[in-house]
Ligand binder design. Sequence first.
Ligand SMILES: Cc1ncc(COP(=O)(O)O)c(C=O)c1O
Length: 435
Amino acid sequence: MEDRHVPHLLETAHARIRARFPMIDRDALGNPRIYLNTGAGSLTVDTAAEAASEAQGRLNPMPGSILPGERDTAVLHDRVRSLVADFLHAGSAREISFHNSATSAFFSLAFALRGRVKEDANLIVTDLDHMANISPWETVWGELHGREIRRARVREDGTLDIDHLLSLIDARTAVLAVTSASNGLGTLVPLGRITPLVREKAPGCLVAVDAVHHAPHGPIDVAELGCDFLAFSGYKVFGPMLGVLWGKAGLLEELLPYRVETAKNEAPAKFESGMLNNASLASLEAALEYILWLADLAAGPEAFLADRAARFRSAMTAVAEYEKPLTARVLDGLRRLDPQRFQCYGITDPGRVAERVPTFAFEIIGQAASETKKRLWEARGLQIADGNHYSAAVFRHLGRPALCRASFAHYDSAGTADAFLNGLQEALEDPPGNQ
Ligand SMILES: Cc1ncc(COP(=O)(O)O)c(C=O)c1O
């Protein structure tokens, strides 16, 4: 029987999705491009950019309860907290705080655990993580307070070594800081399976999850993950530069973040330093509403989904499903490249797409990552990243100062994947003298 390709609903709506990203095929200077750098920052959806500018021009800076303008600002804050809570399937809007970045959210969180981490405690970080969820723990608890920091290893295939991680945990483990997806290699971490095992060995261990890289690629459900804290960034989910931290309500009340004396001593306000960035909050609201729009596209006209958290789940599940064949297509293509001249790191088997997101670390052997990046840009307008990507997987696990990274999102397609693969093939065909 003929194997008919049944298009995914997001594939059917692809042109409409791409039309929502004004910068999708040109850079800020108008140069044509194919954007393969979502790992460093997704494209901004049209309404998120507009909302930031509108809010910056209109909103009262201070929230309050008396004047209409200040009430309007307070309502925005409440609305966005509640929207984010649904995005993460969190228990309450009070569990959501806003920060300059995910990095500063993790530093703030590490500091806020003062008084809770006993003298003989140990903390665990992983070699798969972004440094944003490593340095705060190593600096505040290792360097400053002399606690033991243990490092969980990565396996050769770019997955977290779960056996090793579990072997590091004992009854004195106070914190496990772990990512849900590697921004270096694209590997997903099966946290839903890991956290119950961690809790068996260390019932008091707090689990802090970095979901920055995962957030644009699949549903995030803090209840299912079984964690205590989780951070993500607005600019990875099609919106603004803004860090978001979720924490279990009871824990947030107990913690001691740095806080000026006159700021409210209750969550979430006590975690927020200074005035909130209203333009960014308005932009985040629009970005998350875009995801709800995706839910409607993905569910089709007949579907009716009652609650907002379910719509977020539906949208992000559709995104994850859409990205799987895209990932397989790229991996298939990469396998055909000359292995003497090209190497991809992490999971490379197209049969294992459920274990990764479409983020690919690679190198043209013998060529500096910056040079490959330059060539792909100049020859094909392909915009990839070079460097260590702040990824421990790149510079601690692989011991590399720099690798190339191409990272895709749901606004990419088979066409984008093929353009990337053709660009790489062409770069490999370049006679060595030209390199
Ligand atoms: C996995 C991961 N964690 C944390 C960060 C840092 O996020 P922010 O720039 O909001 O601090 C990044 C940024 O690339 C990331 O990819």
